[in-house]
Write a protein that binds this ligand. Structure first.
Ligand SMILES: [Zn+2]
Ligand SMILES: [Zn+2]
Length: 201
């Protein structure tokens, strides 16, 4: 059972290694990455200039089944992978496209628990988007925080009231930057038991 980061090469590729390593440390579970691929984004809405995150996740799940060579552990049977991969193999797409979801003007990311697939957009995580000087370290921190947040959802965690916790739901960049790269005690216990007991759901 693992977590795979699928890194769209239109997001600065030099960040993929530090983000993956930090995500693994923050989550406390191995995280592998798949680089140098351009994932064809579906669901572009020209009126909003944004992508429908739900459509992206559905496509990502289909893509994962077609490209089992990228995502399937070597020792796992293909039929088993296609039938149960949403339980065992979680995938997070990092994309440059701006995202929306139903009833929202935008989302930083979205997770689909039953598909075991999540997406995070770098679009609103860069300093440049807010007219500030570019800063790779800040972008790495935000990708790790939001990536861990969506993977937390994939393990079944819900939102947390603690503004410093990764599972806090941020409304803006200040909220996001207030979060530290850790799960609060309660979320940590919950996550650890779900990572250990991954066969429960
Ligand atoms: Zn959330
Ligand atoms: Zn928490």
């Amino acid at each position: 059972m693992g977590v795979h980061i699928f890194w769209d090469s239109r997001v600065p590729i030099g960040l993929s290694r530090p983000v993956t390593e930090e995500l693994s440390a923050v989550l406390g579970t191995p995280v592998s990455r798949i680089d140098n691929a351009i994932f064809p984004l579906e669901g572009y809405d020209p009126a909003r200039c944004q992508y429908d995150a739900v459509k992206i996740l559905t496509k990502l799940d289909m893509f994962r089944r077609r490209r089992a060579d990228l995502f399937k552990p070597q020792d796992m049977d293909l039929d088993f992978f296609n039938r149960y991969n949403h339980i065992y193999e979680k995938v997070l797409l990092i994309t440059p496209g701006d995202l929306f979801a139903p009833k929202t003007s935008f989302v930083y990311g979205l997770a689909h628990l039953k598909l075991g697939a999540a997406v995070v957009s770098s679009f609103r995580l860069t300093n440049e988007y807010y007219g500030r000087h570019p800063n790779d370290d800040a972008l790495i921190d935000r990708l790790v925080t939001e990536g861990a947040h969506e993977i937390g959802h994939l393990y079944g965690l819900e939102h947390c009231d603690n503004p410093g916790c990764i599972m806090y739901c941020p409304n803006n960049l200040d909220d996001l930057d207030r979060k530290r790269k850790y799960f609060c005690g309660r979320c940590r216990l919950d996550l650890d038991s779900r990572i250990r007991g991954g066969f429960e759901y």
